[in-house]
Design a protein around this ligand. Structure first.
Ligand code: ADP
Ligand code: MG
Length: 258
């Protein structure tokens, strides 16, 4: 299968079980939205898929294109084509956006083709300009230190710029809409939409329906208590927007999602 398969995934942090059996399959070409109340395990799922060392997988499987990735380190998963746009991107003073992206891109290219000699500076500048134009970013941005002093909107744009440069097979976007004003939300969404296609699967994590007006999901899932409890089409997101999460809590309160 080409894409990401998550089977009965159980994840603990410091001996506390957060994910209690998540099942989800994301084929390439599809956009899946995961919605859910705060504290329900959405970011935990994102970190566990990316290989954050603080998150212990106690049970289950994660396959990328049919291959088990749970034994791989985060950087190896990245080179294989998994990408995570952080909810809270960290600053790396001393490393410019351009240098960071060129290094990451070369690592990814080498993983795909061991003979790859790396992207030339001229070629890279052209590529970066194209992607920055797509995200309506000023060219001076490339010379700034990564996320250092960036506004909330700039950080989220920098995350999508990484995605646009690295061209992952599976992109996980963790609350990319949080902290964005409506203009930034539209620009970021247009950037994601421009990257959509048969070679990319997207897992879009969000608390609010708003971003789904711009990035239309093929499937919507509700996470509650560390499990995916409801799945449906875009209508499910509209229903949640109107009725909130209480009906989901009530439906699954009798120990079903505890
Ligand atoms: P969401 O993204 O859905 O808001 P999270 O995955 O961030 O939820 O958190 C799920 C649960 O895991 C919460 O109860 C949270 O307090 C707990 N948690 C998250 N990160 C840690 C951590 N590093 N140490 C201990 N508990 C954590
Ligand atoms: Mg979160």
């Amino acid at each position: 299968m080409s894409g990401l398969e998550i089977k009965n995934l159980h994840v603990s942090i410091e001996d506390k079980e957060i994910l209690k059996g998540v099942d989800l399959t994301i084929d390439k070409g599809e956009v899946h939205a995961i919605m859910g109340p705060n504290g329900t395990g959405k970011s935990t799922l994102a970190y566990a898929l990316m290989g954050h060392p603080a998150y212990t997988i106690t049970e289950g499987e994660v396959l990328l294109n049919g291959e088990n990735i749970l034994e791989l380190e985060a950087d190896e998963r990245s080179r294989k084509g998994i990408f995570l746009a952080f909810q809270y991107p960290v600053a790396i003073p001393g490393v410019t956006v351009a240098n960071f992206l060129r290094t990451a891109l070369n690592a990814r290219r080498k993983a795909v083709n061991p003979d790859d000699k790396g992207v030339s500076l001229v070629e890279f500048r052209k590529l970066l300009k194209e992607k920055m134009d797509l995200l309506k970013m000023d060219s001076a941005f490339a010379g700034r230190y990564l996320n250092d002093g960036f506004s909330g909107g700039e950080k989220k744009r920098a995350e999508i710029l990484q995605m646009a440069t690295l061209r992952p097979e599976i992109a996980i976007l963790d609350e990319t809409d949080s902290g964005l004003d409506i203009d930034a939300l539209r620009i970021v969404s247009e950037g994601v939409n421009a990257l959509r296609g048969p070679d990319l699967g997207v897992l879009l994590i969000t608390h609010y329906q708003r971003i789904l007006n711009y990035i239309k999901p093929d499937y919507v899932h509700v996470m509650l208590g560390g499990r995916v409890v409801e799945s449906g089409g875009p209508d499910l997101a509209l229903h949640l927007e109107e009725h909130g999460y209480d009906w989901v809590r009530e439906k699954y309160s009798n120990g079903a999602a505890a």
